[in-house]
Design a protein around this ligand. Sequence first.
Ligand code: UDP
Length: 142
Amino acid sequence: MALERTLSIIKPDAVAKNVIGPIYSRFEQGGLKIIAAKMVQLSRAEAEGFYAVHRERPFFNALVEFMISGPVMVQVLEGEGAVLKNRDLMGATNPKEAAAGTIRADFADSIDANAVHGSDSLENAAIEIAYFFPATAVYAGR
Ligand code: UDP
């Protein structure tokens, strides 16, 4: 497996629940290293841009409203097979279907307030990391 980087967002519901720490522990215990991080309040334009791939979906407006409803914690995770590893740690999109012990099973309330985002492919990870972090903001291995 290759060393990869992926983008993670702790969404407004989980930030409001005060569970950034426990979620970070899941990443670290899962072998992923947090190599860049920032808390941001997304503007509507930033949220729409980030989720542009979903703009034709029926839940798009609600998703954007939710993502701008409070601060989010954005991080770059690095590790062997980081993209899939993070998706495994997150669990299914709908927390009702998420496997026991996953972040969404333990911290998410519903399919729309589902605690975390994680890039779904290596290609999208590169795009999403560049969306939030200029290259100089990532300090892996230093
Ligand atoms: N979403 C939603 N309703 C749905 C499906 C998705 O609100 O019926 C939201 C949810 O927050 C999800 C995001 O849209 O995390 C992106 O959907 P995707 O299918 O890419 O799921 P993910 O990759 O986040 O598991």
